[in-house]
Design a protein around this ligand. Structure first.
Ligand code: CU
Length: 118
């Protein structure tokens, strides 16, 4: 029985991989996901695994109290989203993104980064 489960899992693996590639997931970001940066960044940039629909893709950045520290609307182009930041003090910030990929699937996620002290 266990062997059968392993075989079925191996057979399904390529399907799962294909499904993942068909959606816009976060590929990488600056500041790096979970990173600590010594100086306050002026913007957050996100790169996705697929091109985005600009009208339905967004990102916001909040501080530890939940207040927004971004400058409003994100600039979306091809597979990237960028948003300007207000002057950040040392602390932890959360980036929340929503994406509609060109294949009409929506994805969302969030991550944090930390701005170090002086
Ligand atoms: Cu998709």
């Amino acid at each position: 029985m266990r062997m059968l489960i392993i075989i079925v899992s191996l057979l399904l693996l390529p399907l799962a991989t294909t499904a993942v590639q068909a959606h816009a997931f976060l590929d990488h970001a600056t500041p790096l996901v979970g990173s600590t940066v010594p100086a306050a960044p002026h913007e957050v940039a996100l790169w996705f695994t697929q091109n985005l629909e600009p009208a339905f893709s967004s990102v916001e950045v909040t501080d530890a109290s939940g207040a927004r520290v971004d400058q409003g609307k994100a600039a979306v182009s091809a597979n990237t989203m960028r948003i300007g930041l207000k002057g950040l003090s040392p602390g932890t910030y959360r980036v929340r993104w929503h994406a509609l990929s060109v294949d009409t699937h929506t994805t969302e996620g969030s991550f944090t980064f930390h701005v170090g002290g002086p």
